[in-house]
Design a protein around this ligand. Structure first.
Ligand code: T5A
Ligand code: NA
Length: 210
């Protein structure tokens, strides 16, 4: 008997938060442990700097080269759109996707530059909807103490505080807010458990698109 694709779909697990909150660390840990358990899983990071649009974004972030705020906003969104169909196929194929930043980051960073919130949201309408969002929360002041802060365009304390304020406005039912000041192990204990639960729960549910 051929199973309908939606009955075996993977979960869309998203990590969000300000710079240096520990998203990539937890995303990598989750990937490794699910993979070790034999769960079909892939890791995807946004901006996806490997594409043509991704190259432009990378250049912008590294040099701060002059680009209109709305133009870069649309590039970040286009970078998600160009990956949508592949991501969708992966999920419908039964593979869980761990995603490191997505549309919430897109909105938070641009609205923090005082672009209008609704305008910021509109280009992402129709993208895939995550099943769970691990929002790694900490003050910019504490994040700044971590390695690497200050190398890219947005890594300034005042700006990061504004980004955090916008993130707070975007919270939905799917969000799990985590205290990002906790240890890597302590955070992972919770993330690992929640993820296994979500993977089970999603299996029979249709994939959501906004
Ligand atoms: N952006 C992104 C937009 O403006 N619009 C968009 O649409 C999108 C998608 C680059 C920039 O692009 C912006 C947002 C960003 O400013 P990026 O490539 O995700 O986005 O940024 P990165 O520099 O790769 O990652 P972050 O700065 O966001 O860091 P992470 O992933 O949150 O943190 P991580 O895991 O790399 O850890 C940072 C440091 O802290 C340590 C780690 O070892 C590392 O040194 N650490 C901990 N230390 C103590 N306790 C813990 N629990 C720790 N967890 C990690
Ligand atoms: Na990261």
């Amino acid at each position: 008997v051929e199973k309908s694709k939606s009955s075996i779909r993977g979960a869309f697990i998203l990590f969000e938060g300000c710079d240096r909150a520990g998203k990539s660390t937890q995303a990598a840990k989750l990937f490794e442990s699910l993979d070790a358990l034999g769960v079909p899983v892939k890791l995807w990071k946004f901006p996806d700097r490997t594409t043509l649009i991704g190259h432009m974004i990378d250049k912008y972030l590294k040099s701060g080269h002059d680009l209109d705020d709305r133009a870069i906003h649309l590039l970040f969104s286009a970078n998600r759109w160009e990956c949508k169909s592949v991501m969708k196929d992966i999920l419908l194929d039964g593979t869980t996707l761990i995603v490191d930043r997505y549309a919430y980051s897109g909105v938070a960073y641009s609205a923090a530059k005082d672009l209008e919130l609704e305008w910021c949201k509109s280009p992402d309408i129709g993208l895939l909807t995550p099943d769970i969002v691990f929002f790694m929360d900490m003050k910019a002041e504490e994040a700044a103490k971590r390695g690497g802060f200050g190398e890219e365009l947005y890594e300034k304390k005042e700006f990061q505080e504004k980004v955090r304020d916008v993130f707070m406005l975007l919270k939905e039912r799917t969000w799990e807010t985590l205290d990002a000041r906790k240890s890597v192990t302590e955070l992972y204990e919770h993330i690992g458990k929640m993820s296994l639960k979500i993977i089970q729960e999603c299996k029979g549910l249709p994939l959501k698109e906004d």
